[in-house]
Design a protein around this ligand. Sequence first.
Ligand SMILES: Cc1cc2nc3c(=O)[nH]c(=O)nc-3n(C[C@H](O)[C@H](O)[C@H](O)COP(=O)(O)O)c2cc1C
Length: 185
Amino acid sequence: MIDKKSQRLAWAITGSGHYLRESIDMLNTLENVDIFLSSAGAEIIQQYGFQQALNAAGHRVYQDKTASSVPVGMFYKGKYHGLVIAPATSNTIAKMAYGFSDSLVTNLYAQAGKTRVPSIVFACDTAPELESEAPRDNIVKVYPRKIDLENITKLKSFEMTSVVEDMESLSSCIQQHLQSLTHAD
Ligand SMILES: Cc1cc2nc3c(=O)[nH]c(=O)nc-3n(C[C@H](O)[C@H](O)[C@H](O)COP(=O)(O)O)c2cc1C
């Protein structure tokens, strides 16, 4: 029997510099969150100097250390009411859109789907041309490819999945999800 009141939100961070700062700020405003880092995510957090910000709220952090993604077993124990993937790289989006589950984050998404836990994915390479934060406060121009944009469109058709394309939509989608839990009581 799952104790719904003790359920938590799983938040996965991938190796994207784009909107990394804003995603960390947002997850630090929430309670009862566990963080999961892709291997690239862990590296990028170091490169951008965001480790302290990541630790600020005292959330538990799981790293991608095992081939079978051991921590995803917690979805089968009903530990999580939802999964947020923010920011999501075009690499992780591509893998998820084609059903791969060969890393911690792609496995979280696959196992969330297989246990009917809703996922909110912040795909940040969403326009043909955008500006992105690089390490040391530099801004670079990025031109996502047709395939990157197509993969986002494909992922939007997946069950139990909300794909959002800006921080405002990410915030309101998370709030709606959290409110739906209270109303379900
Ligand atoms: C400084 C830096 C910034 C990056 N920012 C992005 C990004 O904004 N979006 C993206 O799709 N990939 C970005 N990458 C590339 C990803 O980290 C790389 O594709 C990695 O393999 C993604 O792995 P993951 O999807 O498992 O996290 C960046 C790489 C570096 C070194």
